[in-house]
Write a protein that binds this ligand. Structure first.
Ligand code: ADP
Length: 407
C-alpha cells in the first residue's frame, strides 16, 4: 500500500493527512494547533473499520518537531492508529508556499532543496520557516523516509514574462526577484485537471479559468494545462478583495497614508493584510456567510463588500477570457466558491454575452461532489469542484518517489 503522509506546517499549526494514493482513501487526518503553548490541541480523525472516529488531545507542545512526533505516534498507535508501523508510510509530502523561480515541479528533498526553501524565506517569511521546521523535524524523527515538497508557486512558473514582470525598472526584478509569483497553484492545478476529466477532453486542449475563493482568493487563467496568468502577485495580497486583504489597490495609496497618518511599516502591513477586504469594507466580519446574512437583513456596507467582491471576480474572468482568446470552463472552488449558491449566481449573472449560462437548479442543488452547474447549451461550462490540495500533494509525492527509485 502506498500511504503518503501530507504535512502542511503553519506558524503554530501542523495540518496532516495520511492517504492511500492507490485508492485516494484518507486513513487519517488532523490538525495540531496552538504549537508553542501549554494547551496545544490535537484533533485526530481516523478511519476505524468503515467509519471515521475522532480523538482530541490537549498537551504542552512547544515545537513543530514535538507536534509531528505526536502525529506519528497517533498514526501508529494501537488504539487510534491506522498503520502498523512507520514502514507502512511510503513517503512524506510537504506543502511549501514559496519555491521562487527555481521550482516548476515538486522536488525530492535534498540539502540543496532545503537551502533553496531557506533562500525563499525572504519572499514568504510567514510560511517558509515553518515548512522548513516540518521537513527538519521529519529528518530527525523518521530519517529513512523519502520526503517531497510541493510548491504553491510552482504551477505558475509557466506564466510568460509579460504576465509576471511588473512595470518597475527591470533591475528590480534582476536584483530582488520582484515579479508576480502567484499562489494557490496546487489548488488551481488540481481543479483544472478535474475539470478536464469531467469535460472528457485533454487538459492541453482547454481554456480554463479557476476561481479559488476562500479567505485568501485568487483567479487563474489556464491554457493548454498551464497557468498563464494569476491574480496574486509578488505576495498573496493583490488581485481579488479577500477576507481581510485589500486585493488590487493603487500602490500610491500606501505612500499617501504613510505620509498623512505617519503609518509605520507594521501599521501599513496590518492595514493591508488584516483590516481590509470583506472585513474592512463591511465592518462586520471576514466570514462570507456572516456578510451574506447581513446583506439579507439590508445592511448597506455588507452589500457593498459583496458587490465589490463579485465585481472583481467578473473583472478577472473578462480579462483572462480576453488573454486566452476564449474560454471553455469556469471553475468555482474553495470555501466560498464551493458553498455559496448566491456568490456563484452573482458572478455568473449578465455573462450571457461571454457564453456563460448558469443553471439555477443545478447551482442550488450542488452538494459537495464535483459537478457541471451550467445549462446544457451553455457555451462555457461552469463547474463547481471541491479543491483537494492534499490529494494532489500525495499523488505527486508518490510519483516523485517512484521516479527516484527507478533512476
Ligand atoms: P482558507 O482555506 O483560505 O482559510 P476556506 O477555503 O476555508 O478558506 O474558505 C473560507 C471562506 O468560506 C469563509 O469566508 C467562509 O465564510 C466561506 N464559507 C464556508 N462555508 C460557507 C457557506 N456555506 N456559504 C458561504 N460561504 C461559506
Amino acid at each position: 500500500m502506498k500511504n503518503v503522509l501530507v504535512l502542511n506546517c503553519g506558524s503554530s499549526s501542523v495540518k496532516y493527512e495520511l492517504m492511500n494514493v492507490e485508492n485516494s482513501r484518507v486513513l487519517a487526518r488532523g490538525l495540531v494547533e496552538k504549537i508553542g503553548m501549554e494547551d496545544a490541541v490535537v484533533n485526530h480523525h481516523y478511519l476505524k473499520g468503515e467509519d471515521y472516529s475522532d480523538v482530541k488531545l490537549v498537551k504542552n507542545i512547544l515545537t513543530h518537531r514535538e507536534g509531528i512526533r505526536i502525529v506519528v505516534g497517533l498514526l501508529t498507535d494501537a488504539e487510534v492508529g491506522v498503520v502498523g508501523d512507520l514502514a507502512d508510510i511510503y513517503g512524506i509530502g510537504h506543502r511549501v508556499v514559496h519555491g521562487g523561480e527555481a521550482y516548476t515541479d515538486p522536488a525530492y528533498v535534498t540539502q540543496e532543496v532545503k537551502d533553496d526553501i531557506k533562500k525563499c524565506i525572504e519572499l514568504a517569511p510567514l510560511h517558509n520557516p515553518h515548512h522548513l521546521a516540518g521537513i527538519e523535524a521529519c529528518d530527525s524523527l523518521i530519517p529513512d523516509h523519502h520526503q517531497v515538497v510541493v510548491f504553491d508557486t510552482a504551477f505558475h512558473q509557466t506564466m510568460p514574462k509579460k504576465a509576471y514582470i511588473y512595470g518597475l525598472p527591470y533591475e528590480m526584478y534582476k536584483k530582488y526577484g520582484i515579479r508576480r509569483y502567484g499562489f494557490h497553484g496546487t489548488s488551481h492545478q488540481y481543479v483544472a485537471q478535474k475539470a478536464a476529466q469531467i469535460y472528457k477532453k485533454r487538459i492541453t486542449d482547454l481554456k480554463i479559468i479557476s476561481c479559488h475563493l476562500g479567505n485568501g482568493a485568487s483567479v487563474c487563467a489556464i491554457k493548454d494545462g498551464k497557468s498563464i496568468d494569476t491574480s496574486m502577485g509578488f505576495t498573496p495580497l493583490p488581485g481579488l478583495v479577500m477576507g481581510t486583504r485589500t486585493g488590487d489597490i493603487d500602490p500610491y495609496i500606501v505612500l499617501y497614508l504613510m505620509n498623512k497618518d505617519a503609518l509605520s511599516f507594521a501599521e501599513v502591513n496590518t492595514l493591508l493584510n488584516r483590516h481590509s477586504g470583506l472585513y474592512g469594507l463591511s465592518g462586520i466580519s471576514r466570514d462570507f456567510r456572516q456578510i451574506i446574512k447581513e446583506v439579507k437583513k439590508g445592511d448597506e456596507r455588507a452589500r457593498l463588500a459583496v458587490d465589490i467582491f463579485v465585481y472583481r471576480i467578473k473583472h478577472y474572468i473578462g480579462a483572462y477570457t480576453a488573454i486566452m482568446n476564449g474560454l471553455d470552463i469556469l471553475v468555482f472552488t474553495a470555501g466560498i466558491g464551493e458553498n455559496s449558491i448566491e456568490l456563484r449566481e452573482m458572478v455568473c449573472s449578465n455573462m450571457e454575452y461571454l457564453g456563460i449560462n448558469l443553471d439555477e437548479k443545478k447551482n442550488r442543488e450542488f452538494n459537495s461532489q464535483e459537478a457541471v452547474i451550467s445549462k446544457d447549451d451553455s457555451e462555457i461550462k461552469v463547474m463547481c469542484i471541491p479543491t483537494n490540495e492534499e490529494l494532489l500533494i500525495a499523488t505527486e509525492t508518490a510519483r516523485v518517489i517512484d521516479g527516484m527509485k527507478k533512476s
